[in-house]
Design a binder for this molecule. Structure first.
Ligand SMILES: [Zn+2]
Length: 471
């Protein structure tokens, strides 16, 4: 059996790991690289393998850095099954077409810039095509096929698949493959952690612990950092809102439309209901977030006990009176005239594109406002620069002095911290013979490699892109 790592190798985005066993080529995730626009555009355009040669795709969860290249894979000739949970499929049905729109706009932007440059130089200009379009994304959905958690299913000769709950986002799965390797006559349990969540985050269940892995492919996003508990962040959220309210300011939260937005709305709902924060308007300004919230409502099978209880008493956890879900551009622009304290939750989560940029541009120069960061911020993004405390930011090509406060809450992270990752491996009674760390920047992955070696004496590799292992 071979494993080859094509993405999320010494970086976080672009998850793609190819397993070749018994003549079947199984791709684990098919994510997009995210980062600098031009660089990601090149990386995402071509696959380092022939899309037609892949037999099956197993998708751990719907986040774009795991699912975002699926429309391109199908466009380039993949025709196998895409296997995931029902919630992941339904989230992809709104997220991938939305990503198609973004790809179309990205290509327009790149073409506009290139055209200007070529006109200045007097060179002929050839426009680039989008990596994929809205229509390509719609077309790939027919290849999705769903499996529930804990249902073992045969997917290829000698290979059965079981999904366990990864506790990271709605529908997220740990992938367990039971493999009878016909070349070596060995039976192997291969576990791919996907993105591993944390205990106690709202809405979804805690990550499952597994008892056995012979081969482990594991994420390491926070391999070198411990998070504060969710509860502490929830209390800080309360403080930040109260302080901003007293200053007469607005709280802007750049947030992923899927997952983080729903968690924040649910947490704010709880805080308002207990009277811990004032009842001020909350705007969820992202059409994708509105669609995704509808998908959350369709999948109570993924909920934890706490939200089930909450629903018995309050019915809709995402629909309190003060929340206004904003779809249209006109309604989004209207928020600019809101001068009373309010909360604006808007995508993108790293403030790289999307409507949140308009809100930041509009309010970042006013000291009474707060920008509240609740998620991991990739290098070179505006979100990362805000976390680093820059005083001047560039938005839509213009510079603005940052006068608004910036607050960072790590406890809302959907990813396990270093201690939680270690505990997850520690809970196995049969620990892996080979471990491959993916989905972490090099520092984080290397630090976690050392932790695993010291704690459990494991054999750990941190693959580079394209590296192949025979196991
Ligand atoms: Zn994820």
């Amino acid at each position: 059996m071979d494993i080859q790592f094509y993405g999320a190798a010494r970086t976080v985005t672009g998850s793609k790991h190819l397993i070749t066993v018994n003549g079947t080529r199984i791709l684990l995730d098919c994510g997009m690289f995210q980062g600098k626009r031009q660089e990601s555009f090149e990386q995402n355009r071509q696959f380092p393998f022939d899309a037609k040669s892949i037999d099956l795709l197993i998708l751990s969860h719907a986040h774009i850095d795991h699912s975002g290249s699926i429309p391109n894979l199908v466009k380039q000739g993949f025709q196998g099954d895409i296997i995931c949970t029902a919630a992941t499929r339904d989230l992809c049905a709104t997220m991938l077409p939305d990503s198609g729109f973004i790809q179309e706009r990205d290509a327009e932007f790149i073409n506009k810039q290139a055209r200007r440059k070529h006109e200045r130089n007097g060179h002929p200009f050839t426009p680039v095509e989008p990596i994929y379009t809205y229509d390509d994304a719609m077309a790939c959905l027919q290849y999705f096929t769903t499996r529930n958690y804990y249902r073992e299913v045969k997917i290829a000769p000698g290979v059965t698949l079981t999904f366990h709950d990864a506790g990271h986002m709605l529908g997220s799965a740990i992938v367990q493959l039971h493999i009878e390797d016909h070349d070596t006559n060995r039976e192997i349990t291969l576990v791919f952690s996907g993105d591993l969540g944390r205990k106690g985050i709202p809405i979804i269940r805690d990550p499952d612990t597994l008892t056995r892995a012979d081969i482990l492919i594991m994420e390491s996003t926070y391999g070198n950092r411990v998070h504060e508990p969710y509860w502490d962040s929830s209390q800080k959220l309360e403080q930040v809102i109260i302080e901003t309210y007293k200053r007469g300011g607005v709280v802007i939260m750049p947030a992923f439309a899927v997952g983080r937005t729903q968690q924040l709305v649910y947490t704010l709902h709880e805080l308002m209901q207990k009277g811990d924060i004032p009842e001020i308007p909350i705007y969820v300004d992202s059409p994708l977030a509105v669609n995704a919230t509808a998908v959350f409502q369709l999948h109570p099978e993924c909920y934890d006990d706490e939200i089930r209880q909450f629903m018995q008493e309050n019915r809709d956890p995402f629909g309190l009176n003060s929340v206004q879900y904003v779809r249209s551009v006109e309604d989004s622009k209207r928020i600019n005239f809101e001068r009373q304290p309010c909360i604006i939750i808007s995508a993108s989560g790293m403030a790289e594109f999307g409507r949140v940029l308009h809100h930041l541009k509009n309010r970042i120069t006013e000291p009474q406002n707060t920008i509240l960061i609740t998620g991991w911020q990739a290098p070179h993004t505006l979100g990362r620069r805000l976390v680093e405390g820059v005083d001047v930011v560039r938005i839509f090509g213009e510079e603005y002095p940052r006068k608004a406060q910036v607050e960072v809450l790590n406890g809302f992270s959907g990813h396990a911290g270093q201690d939680e990752l270690l505990a997850w491996v520690g809970a196995m009674t049969h620990r892996p013979q080979r471990t491959f760390l993916v989905h972490g920047e090099e520092d984080a992955a290397m630090a976690f490699k050392t932790s695993l070696e010291q704690a459990f004496n494991l054999r750990v590799d941190v693959p580079v892109t394209g590296q192949k292992f025979s196991v």
